[in-house]
Design a protein around this ligand. Structure first.
Ligand code: DOR
Ligand code: ZN
Length: 347
């Protein structure tokens, strides 16, 4: 039985939601990861440091008492973001980064940024204060095919922004294309990218396998096989620009299995097992620690976690659907499947 001991990993992109859902999903992440970058797209969104502080308190209250876990908070950028509140929040250790949701690009992005020029003063402040900009990299327009949104974002929004703000640190979240992988490589070290398990495991055929598969629908949408191949090469290379970010995005079953289903894959309960499947298939287990535990902290200027985690190639049955009191249930990735790896020990 192969085993692997790594520094305790982090999840550099996760959605916890709020209320009863938050209480149910936080333990899955907190048991595997030391820290997580928490997305701010709640209703209403987390747009200032006061809201972020309160939200952090609600997350910490949901962390099981026997684990140590630090949520790293992000500010949801809008056309009206106050640069001084963001800078003060960062200085005070409340905000680790700020998230750009182009308006109407994804879940709860209606308050997002309508045109990048509107936040130039905020980007100026972020560049000066060293606050990383995390981007949902999709350009949404009726003339742009949904499968081309990421490339359009790179050409229309990202490249001009990188040029105008040459010292701004940028993470392209949940990259899905060869073009995104290339942009990250060309803009090291000030750029990095997170990669989700679903974009490494599946191509777009998975959404339509034998019928429509709402649990395979996420944004950015799954892409063609050659893009998946490029993502797998990037993730398993150990290159410092690529790090683990699950984009675990819980939605109630009835809101996904719906005539207008929500986007998101709930991967938190099996996140490490999902990535390990990829690294084992690519015969790159020796690079897993870099991807999961070292590259992210290095980008954010943080030390790696102190503790460690031992994983073993031992078949396991992942948890079934998570029940949310009075609301329904949330179906995780790999439900009713076996996984090849198990977490056997953590410190
Ligand atoms: O699939 C997604 N779900 N992509 C996102 O960008 C947002 C997320 C969510 O919040 O549900
Ligand atoms: Zn996300």
């Amino acid at each position: 039985m192969r085993t692997l001991t790594i520094r305790r990993p982090d999840d550099w992109h996760v959605h916890f939601r709020d209320g009863d859902i938050l209480k149910s999903v936080v333990p899955f992440t907190a048991r595997q990861f030391g820290r997580a970058i928490v997305m701010p797209n709640l209703t209403p969104p987390i747009v200032n440091s006061k809201m972020a502080m309160a939200y952090r308190g609600r997350i910490l209250a949901a962390v099981p008492s026997d684990v140590s876990f630090t949520p790293l908070m992000t500010c949801y950028l809008t056309d009206a973001t106050d640069p001084s509140d963001l800078a003060a929040g960062h200085r005070d250790g409340i905000f680790t980064a700020a998230k750009l949701y182009p308006a109407h690009a994804t879940t709860n992005s209606d308050h997002g940024v309508t045109a990048i020029e509107k936040i130039y003063p905020v980007l100026e402040t972020m560049q000066e204060s060293g606050i990383p900009l995390l981007v949902h990299g999709e350009f949404v327009h009726h003339d742009v095919d949904i499968f081309d949104r990421e490339k359009a974002f790179i050409d229309i929004v990202l490249l001009p922004t990188l040029k105008r703000f040459p010292r701004l640190k940028v993470v392209m979240e949940h990259v899905t294309t060869t073009e995104a992988v290339q942009i990250v490589r060309e803009n090291r070290p000030r750029m990095g990218a997170t990669i989700t398990p679903q974009h490494l495991l599946f191509n777009r055929n998975a959404i339509f396998q034998g019928g429509i598969r709402p649990h395979m629908y996420c944004l950015p949408v799954l892409k063609r096989e050659h893009h998946r191949t490029a993502l797998r090469a990037a993730a398993t290379s150990g290159e410092p620009g690529f790090f683990l970010g699950t984009d675990s995005a819980p939605h109630l079953r009835h809101l996904k299995e719906n005539s207008c289903g929500c986007a998101g894959v709930f991967s938190a309960p099996v996140a490490l097992q999902a990535y390990l499947r990829v690294f084992a298939e690519e015969k790159a287990l020796e690079h897993f620690e870099a991807f999961a535990s070292l590259n992210g902290p290095a980008f954010y200027g943080l030390p790696p976690n102190e503790g460690s985690l031992t994983l073993a190639e031992k078949p396991g049955t992942p948890p079934g659907a998570t029940t949310i009191q009075n609301q329904g249930e949330i179906v995780p990735l790999f439900v009713e499947e076996q996984v090849d790896w198990s977490v056997i020990q953590g410190t």
